[in-house]
Design a protein around this ligand. Structure first.
Ligand code: NAD
Length: 412
């Protein structure tokens, strides 16, 4: 464990399944030590004329199954340990949904709100100048993450192509459609989660009640999609307020109301509900789609949902997870529930590589196949190993990664 660069958080996560899989030291090393870590600082000329240095990272965790894949985030709390863990989780995620990829993550330690658009553009281009020798369509493929978007991906791709002197759209995904982005990408995470729920839910949509915490990109879109499919969405919330109607909400109207008033509250025929109360509602399905650590040992005992679909990253703490397990509440873990985005990123890469573009219908049909196959596969692992979904997910991903390492001759 005193080895340089070992990811302690990754080690702790793997620890849960290492006995079940009988993992030896070489396997643990492969699973917890990133293959390649870049840490760098680079200058950006600000609008004032001053030059400021920023710290950037790119971690390529494991590439046994294919080129590494993962987003780039701009956030003041970005640090190497966090980027290592996120790159490790991307490795597991790509394996679980059967993408021919390893995992990576990158970021800049910066509060983007404090900088102008021109400064963000220079920062994005500067970041790519630092990592351009280490990325590529068959090496490592970045994408958007927290505080980065299609516009930033367009600047990054443009900088990369200028440096290389050729077009290379498959190097970066999450691009605008005009530069080779894929149809359906903006709501791919949400619809991917909805396909997972459809595969798991045992009742008809009209008889299934759903409560959604968070009304941003992921929460709003999954509430809208499930409602369009006939599910009864009884409550939604954002950071300011929440609304509840046991007969169900018409989400398209809620979206219009929020666009008009910038608020969910005072929507017709609803009761105001706090975020805490939303999590504790009597509902068939609870969808945390806002922040991490929302269900903790303090409130886990009060959760009444039958199924929790983790659309946010790590909304349930490990202690709360154990309590939910004891209460027989079914939890579909984030690594699979919110994998729709990376699956459509993969489709974007395939389309760029072939220079042949698909309709939205084709993208969604293929996404559904990937998501439902992954659920079926996990359910089988669950039965075979007699364990919960989260443990099954780690078992499934770890087995696939180690098999690829073994075939390459990196393990006995
Ligand atoms: P977003 O910023 O668009 O939306 C976040 C929403 O959560 C907002 O509506 C905000 O008001 C709400 N919120 C903030 N604090 C809250 C609180 N205390 N209680 C209730 N609501 C609160 O973010 P997003 O892109 O929708 O991401 C949501 C989650 O999903 C994050 O955990 C993110 O890491 C995860 N995720 C997103 C994607 C993606 O494609 N966007 C992919 C994988 C995972």
């Amino acid at each position: 464990m005193e080895k340089d660069n070992v990811c302690i958080d990754c080690y702790n996560q793997i620890d849960k399944v290492s006995k079940l899989l009988n993992l030896g030291q070489a396997e643990l090393d492969i699973l917890t030590i990133p293959k390649r870590i870049l840490t760098f600082s680079f200058p950006v000329k600000l609008d004032s004329g001053d030059i400021r240095y920023f710290t950037g990272y790119r971690v390529q965790f494991n590439d046994a199954r294919g080129p590494t894949k993962g987003g780039i985030r701009f956030h003041p709390e970005v640090n190497l340990e966090e980027i290592k863990t996120l790159a490790f989780l991307m490795t597991l995620k790509c394996a679980v949904v059967n993408l021919p990829y390893g995992g990576a993550k990158g970021g800049i330690m910066v509060e983007p709100k404090r900088f102008s658009e021109e400064e963000i553009e220079k920062m994005s281009r500067g970041y790519i100048r630092e990592i351009n020798g280490f990325i590529g369509a068959d090496i490592d493929i970045p994408a958007p993450d927290v505080n980065t978007d299609a516009k930033i991906m367009a600047w990054m791709l443009d900088e990369y192509e200028k440096l290389k002197g050729r077009h290379a759209p498959a190097t970066i995904t999450g691009k605008p459609i005009a530069l080779g982005g894929s149809k359906a990408r903006e709501f791919s995470t949400s619809i991917g989660g909805a396909y997972v729920l459809q595969e798991l839910a045992d009742k008809k949509p009209k008889k299934t009640t759903v409560a959604v915490q968070g009304f941003g990109n992921v929460g709003m879109n999954i509430a809208r999609i499930l409602n369009e499919w006939g599910y009864k969405v009884i409550a939604v919330s954002d950071s300011k307020s929440g609304i509840y109607n046991k007969k169900g909400l018409k989400i398209q109207d809620v979206i219009k109301h929020k666009e008009k008033t910038s608020n969910l509250s005072k929507f017709k025929n609803t009761k105001e509900i706090s975020n805490e109360a939303l999590l504790e509602l009597k509902t068939d399905v609870l969808v945390p789609a806002a922040l991490e650590d929302q269900i903790t040992k303090k409130n886990a005992d009060k959760i009444k949902a039958k199924l929790i679909l983790e659309m946010a990253n790590r909304p349930i703490t490990p202690e709360a997870d154990d309590i939910l397990l004891d209460k027989n509440i079914f939890v579909m873990p984030d690594i699979l529930a919110n994998a729709g985005g990376v699956v459509v990123s993969y489709f974007e890469w395939v389309q760029n590589s072939q220079n042949f573009y698909w309709s939205e219908k084709e993208v969604l049909e293929r996404l559904k196949t990937y998501m439902t196959n992954a659920v079926k596969e996990l359910s089988k692992v669950c039965t075979d190993f007699k364990c919960d979904m989260r443990a099954s997910l780690y078992i499934n991903a770890v087995k696939k990664i180690l098999e690829a390492e073994r075939l390459r001759g990196n393990l006995r």
